[in-house]
Design a protein around this ligand. Sequence first.
Ligand code: SAH
Length: 391
Amino acid sequence: MKIELDLSRRPDAAPAVPPSLAGLSLSALKAEMEAMGVDPKKSGMRAKQLRRWIHHFGTQDFADMTDVAKELRAQLAERYILTRPEIADHQVSRDGTQKWLTRFGPGIEGESVFIPDVGKAGALCVSSQVGCTLNCTFCHTGTQKLVRNLTAQEIVAQVLIARDELGEWPTSTENRRLTNIVFMGMGEPLYNLDNVAEAIDTISDGDGIAIGRRRITVSTAGVAPKIPELGHRTNAALAISLHSTNDDLRNEIVPINRKYDLQTLFEAIRAYPDLSNSKRVTFEYVMLKGVNDTLAEARDLVRLLKGVPAKINLIPFNPWPGSPYECSDWETIEEFAEVLNRAGYASPIRTPRGRDILAACGQLRSESVKKSAAEKRREALEAGSSGQSLT
Ligand code: SAH
């Protein structure tokens, strides 16, 4: 005899929340249409209509979709929603930087940051994972264990949330405030490349959010074997978190260097497709007092970058609670920058933004923790009393 536990029948059952279509890629929308019973010959067309409403107009109500038959709209509304993940917290810095803490699921929270005056108008820094596996010693996210990869939909949702707040629907070509996307939030994008690539397809889609691939930058701490693949799959701009010019120090502060050393890293960078003076690699270099900030290291940096079309961002170290470093003195940073300037690299010091709300580079961290299978099961059982399934 088979016994099924149907928790949805409990008298105190809360209705299960239907899935959202917001942030799905065109191919995922097409698959949903087919799962709903739409004729496969028409599913592509329907997916394109949805894409336009969701990612060009930003609509959150199926009733707005005037070119979709009423009956289909009703079916859609029964099965799906168009809302974004819940915003657990939203803070605005004195300097105009905004930070969102988004709840992707129970106990799964990640941060995104909008920085005005970056790129053509403003950049959104998105997370690709909740937590991180890398343990870079100067990075706050590095103190948080990996909870999980974000899905492509969850990455795109961060852009939708920023657009909602900035009032930038429908997608316009003029006077946008959000013009650039940087994958420099929580996590290592190249350890989640499938989802990052799918998210970039959706974000850059000209009939949707329409932020061009050239305005999308993916930053990596140095997952060398994935670097050329990133270029081939996404055509995005590449950024490298370098932070040291020699293996000994880099092994210590960016531990992934023990797996892929500087030579391996630079071979991968040189294999990045289409590099030129108009498509340069950005090298990020955090200024740590007494650790990596001597003028000899500035000269080493120039030597190391020889032959690579490069820009350098010197990032004054942003402290976080309990951080073991200090930021280099301003004078030291300027002298370091001067060496780079003389070698032909222009204005490389990045002004810290949003430090007061812990929104600056490397300050992101959430309270989310990875749960054991036993904990998950216990929670699911408890949630059962409010009608959620045991999956
Ligand atoms: N894992 C990817 C994406 C994160 S990008 C990567 O490492 O590139 C975040 C950037 O901020 C990286 O360049 C990181 O090295 C830098 N960073 C981390 N902690 C910092 C801090 N406390 N102050 C300044 N920059 C920091």
